[in-house]
Ligand binder design. Structure first.
Ligand code: G6P
Length: 612
């Protein structure tokens, strides 16, 4: 959601910023723009639609600048159009700003500025912010940096901003609260971006700005202060990300690349953490907290979207293996209730991006009530990773496709490791089962690889159902969250309506929808609910539903009952989601491609949802 790229140095800022904005496209947006200082003039170019449309509109224009700010906007205040797109000018057009987040008290500030004669072009809160900064500067006669700080002390909400001024040609001022901003440090050049992907091609040295910090690049030097002018020494970190991880590498889409990456990403999420040969399992970030986990009366999991589905899998895992009561909450619901949280509750926040606004707010709420918070995040150094007391990274590598695939399997893997470590600590698992599960976890990457052998068969099935209008996904036990995830994948990228349900619940409503036009995907692997799911399949077939069943290799019963089967290798029941979700990801992908959808950037969706 919304992306910032800014540059000051010796290179051509326009092409560099444009390239950076393209790297951020995966976050989701509906307009884009740049502000450049060209021969002493501050110019803004912006356009509704994709970055390529902005680029096409500017083709042939000589745009020479060594400083500039760029933005991809995901509309909140005001529809996506050229005027509401960022950057925005201040009233005297001497300042320009790009902004991620929401200024909640913008209406009151705007009213006051209008009474002072300011006129506004757009409906955005962002334009109000830059007018406000100009107004403070005019009233106080202070530097731009002070005016930015004073303005930010007055605003309520979340922001990451970069401001530039026609009067200070080598200066960029950036600040953040609740919305990420990374600063890349090159040779006599600086980059600002919402995440590291636009920066990595130029430098691996980065500084992650903290909340309430203001970074200023002036005369080729970076300084960081808080809003009260206290200086902090920039903490320079080395990016571990490689450029090829954020490129398509010969695949048509990031999503399919990421699906096929899963044998490696699952292995990466376990790397150095487990060894079955001597029953070794250690999660560095959590090893000092296992007692606390083992003694927890209750674990509350907060997450959104696909991460919430991983949380539902974890509920089964913790209850089964560690005998701990688990509640899985949508972060957005949790934060606005008055939830009962006790000091000995453990809260686990799951998030791929580590920036989801609702999840972050749920963490703050639980923290304020004294709970201990652990994080399971993919993006290293993200806001959620930093807001939690401890945690375990999923190490899936950058996930660029909006529909989450490898991040989900990495989350489930890491949550399995945490549940196993807790069970071991608590003594609720036998040595034998513990070792058996570690061994089987080590086999999972090969088993996922094996599922890919069915890719062309899944493609054929996808072809048959390309124009279906609805889909139902059914599963039981650990396969129920997988059914939800399968339905979500299909909705997100193909825009086909799909519902996931616990298979037995079907009788209480969805069965009314079943006729010869309704495709029903059954998660029917050989596990403790196998007989029950077979009965559910019969119920659907009796009503002429068209059944696609995900079955365990070698199943001879179900293939005789259903229209299509997709086999997955046998594994321990506890680990089933890691293999059974793979065909569902592929099915959604192929259907979406056949429908001509923009798979990596589906309409209206954002990869990182930084507004509530
Ligand atoms: C967005 C993404 C989903 C993701 C959800 C939660 O909706 O499109 O793929 O599951 O946010 O994001 P998180 O980064 O917290 O896992």
């Amino acid at each position: 959601m919304c992306g910032i790229v800014a540059y000051v140095g010796n290179k051509e800022a326009y092409s560099l910023i444009l390239k950076g904005l393209k790297r951020l496209e995966y976050r989701g947006y509906d307009s884009s723009g740049v502000a450049l200082l060209e021969n002493g003039e501050l110019n803004i170019y912006k356009k509704k639609g994709k970055v390529s449309e902005l680029e096409a509109g500017l083709a042939g224009k000589e745009l020479h600048a060594t400083i500039g700010i760029g933005h991809t906007r995901w509309a909140t205040h005001g529809e996506p159009n050229d005027v509401n797109a960022h950057p925005h000018f201040s009233n005297n057009r001497k300042l320009a700003v790009v902004h991620n987040g929401i200024i909640e008290n913008y209406a009151a500030i705007k009213k006051n500025l209008i009474s002072k004669g300011h006129t506004f072009q757009s409906e955005t809160d962002t334009e109000v912010l830059i007018h406000f900064i100009e107004d403070i500067q005019a009233e106080t006669g202070d530097s731009l940096e002070s005016a930015v700080k004073l303005a930010l002390k007055e605003v309520v909400g979340a922001y990451a901003i970069v401001v530039m001024s026609v009067d200070q040609p080598g200066q960029l001022i950036a600040a953040r609260k609740g919305s990420p901003l990374v600063i890349g440090i090159g040779e006599e050049e600086y980059f600002f971006a919402s995440d590291a992907t636009p920066i990595i091609a130029y430098t691996k040295n980065v500084v992650y700005l903290d909340d309430y910090e203001v970074a200023v690049v002036r005369d080729g030097k970076l300084s960081i202060q808080n809003l009260d002018n206290t200086e902090t020494i920039p903490y320079i970190q080395k990016l571990e990300m490689e450029l090829e991880a954020i490129e398509k590498g010969g695949y048509d889409h990031f999503m399919i690349k990421e699906i096929f990456e899963q044998p490696r990403s699952i292995a990466d999420s376990m790397r150095g953490r487990l060894r079955s040969s001597d029953s070794h399992l250690q999660l560095g970030g959590l090893s000092n907290h296992l007692d606390k986990l083992a003694q927890a009366e209750r674990i509350v999991i907060v997450a959104c979207g696909t991460s919430w589905h991983a949380g539902l899998v974890a509920e089964y895992l913790f209850e089964e293996l560690a005998r701990i009561n688990v509640e899985v909450e949508y972060a957005s619901e949790f934060r606005y209730r008055n939830p009962v949280i006790k000091e000995n509750d453990i809260v686990i926040a799951i998030s791929q991006s580590g920036e989801t606004a609702d999840t972050l707010a749920a963490i703050e709420l639980a923290k304020s009530k004294g709970a201990t918070i652990f994080g399971v995040c993919n993006v290293v150094g993200s806001s959620i990773a930093r807001a939690t007391h401890a945690g375990a990274y999923t190490h899936a590598g950058p996930e660029i496709g909006v529909a989450s695939t490898k991040a989900f399997t990495a989350q489930v893997t890491v949550l399995t490791l945490i549940a196993l470590a807790t069970a071991k600590q608590k003594g609720t698992i036998s040595e034998e089962v513990f070792r058996q599960l570690l061994t089987e976890l080590e086999n999972i990457p090969d088993k996922v690889e094996k599922v890919f052998e069915n890719a062309s068969k899944i493609k054929e099935i996808a072809f048959i159902f390309t124009y279906a209008r609805n889909f139902i996904y059914l599963g039981r036990g650990l396969n129920f969250p997988v059914a939800l995830e399968g339905a979500l994948k299909l909705k997100e990228i193909s825009y086909i309506h799909a519902e996931g349900y616990p298979a037995a619940e079907m009788k209480h409503g969805p069965i009314a929808l079943i006729d010869e036009d309704m495709p029903v995907v059954f998660l029917a692997t050989k596990d403790s609910s196998y007989e029950k799911i077979v009965s559910n399949i019969q119920e659907v077939k009796a009503r002429k539903g068209r059944v696609i069943a995900i079955v365990t290799e070698g199943d001879t019963l179900i293939p005789g009952m259903v229209d299509f089967v997709i086999e997955v290798p046998e594994t321990h029941e506890i680990l089933t989601p890691l293999v059974s979700v793979i065909p569902l990801q592929l099915l959604s992908y192929y259907i979406a491609v056949m429908r001509g959808r923009n798979v990596d950037q589906p309409r209206n969706l954002a990869k990182s949802v930084t507004v509530e």
